[in-house]
Design a protein around this ligand. Structure first.
Ligand code: NDP
Length: 311
């Protein structure tokens, strides 16, 4: 088995990973980036990004990611296609095993594996994703001006998404599968007080309805009575939680109750020296490309300083 030792290994190629690559590449640390099997992260399924500074006309998600990659390529960054199947950060240098069994040793490790939005898993949801079905109000809310939209979920994210959508939509219907919201009191109250938001409780999504091109409505089932009802709408936002992609590090790095990697305040340092986490794998609050870029930069700067300290 080949073993190579690198100063910097970055796992993940969303905005956080590419930014960490650009910075560490430019600092001459010859980083190795492990791309995963779907390079580019969550933005690869985002149509238009209108809030990434520097692109006044907006930019398609895949194009933004392709530009970030090209920028990283300028700075002597090595990319490896493939996924990490095992990671051991119990001793330095850290060991990373890829799915082709190659082992890579790393003096610093930057984890930028992101998070994955949870989906209901029904067929119609997949058909209309990007055509009325979304899991990100901040990304797509703008496209639903004066529309009626549904938000699925009862946690803080659902409240926040619903409130955000009232800026654009004419009506926001919050659909929750139970009688009680899981969200914090303050967030639930804020949503309930908003005159544009109505709630439907004890309801689950049976089907997303559409004309083949776009969403036209939603079919709900009442979990108490079994009654099926259909409602016209232009958009359906899933807000049933996110899964941080951090399973590889369970038991090795400190995490919160939801599995997000804990980082020190104002830093990307994790509970293991030399291991840094940036982007959505450590951030459930902002989850924006811009904030991921910011923490990717922080991780790179901190990795560089750490390497200097051990030399
Ligand atoms: P949560 O896990 O808190 O909530 C998920 C919600 O989706 C729950 O109401 C759950 O229902 C519902 N749900 C899950 N699966 C399904 C399904 N298959 N069908 C229908 N409904 C489903 O996730 P969030 O993303 O809301 O929050 C995660 C963490 O992030 C929390 O700690 C939250 O407080 C935090 N957060 C904080 C914010 C802030 O402070 N501003 C903003 C956003 C999030 P049920 O209740 O029945 O389980």
């Amino acid at each position: 088995m080949d073993r190579e030792i690198r100063d910097v290994v970055i796992i993940g190629t969303g905005p956080a990973g590419y930014t960490a690559a650009i910075y560490t590449g430019r600092a001459n640390l010859k980083p190795l980036v492990i791309e995963g099997h779907q390079p580019g992260g969550q933005l690869m399924i985002t149509t238009d990004i209108e809030n990434f500074p520097g692109f006044p006309e907006g930019i398609p998600g895949p194009e933004l990611m392709s530009r970030m990659r090209q920028q990283a390529e300028r700075f002597n960054v090595d990319f490896v296609y493939g996924s990490v199947t095992d990671a051991d950060v119990s001793r330095s240098p850290f060991s990373i095993t890829l799915d082709d069994n190659r082992e890579i040793l790393a003096r610093t490790l930057i984890i930028a594996t992101g998070a994955t939005a949870k989906w209901l898993g029904i067929e119609s949801e997949a058909i209309y994703r990007g055509r009325g079905v979304s899991a990100c109000a901040t990304c797509d809310g703008f496209f639903f001006k004066n529309c009626r939209v549904f938000v699925i979920g009862g946690g803080d994210t659902a409240m926040e998404e619903a409130l955000y959508l009232t800026k654009f939509a004419s009506e926001v219907v919050l659909v929750h599968r139970r009688e009680e919201f899981r969200a914090s009191k303050i967030m639930s109250l804020r949503a309930r007080k908003n005159s544009k938001i109505t709630t439907m409780l004890n309801e689950v999504v049976e089907e997303i309805l559409g004309d083949g091109m776009k969403v036209t409505g939603i079919r709900l089932r009442n979990v108490k009575t079994g009654e099926l009802t259909e409602h016209a709408c232009e958009g359906v936002f899933m807000a049933i939680g996110h899964e941080p992609n951090a399973a590889l590090f369970k038991g090795q790095l400190d995490m919160d109750d939801y599995g997000y990697i804990r980082t020190n305040a104002h830093s990307t340092e994790t509970s293991v020296k030399g291991v840094f986490a940036c982007g959505d794998v450590q951030d459930f609050v902002y989850r924006q490309a811009v904030t991921a870029v910011g923490t990717g930069c922080m991780a790179a700067v901190e990795a560089e300083r750490y390497l200097e300290s051990i030399r």
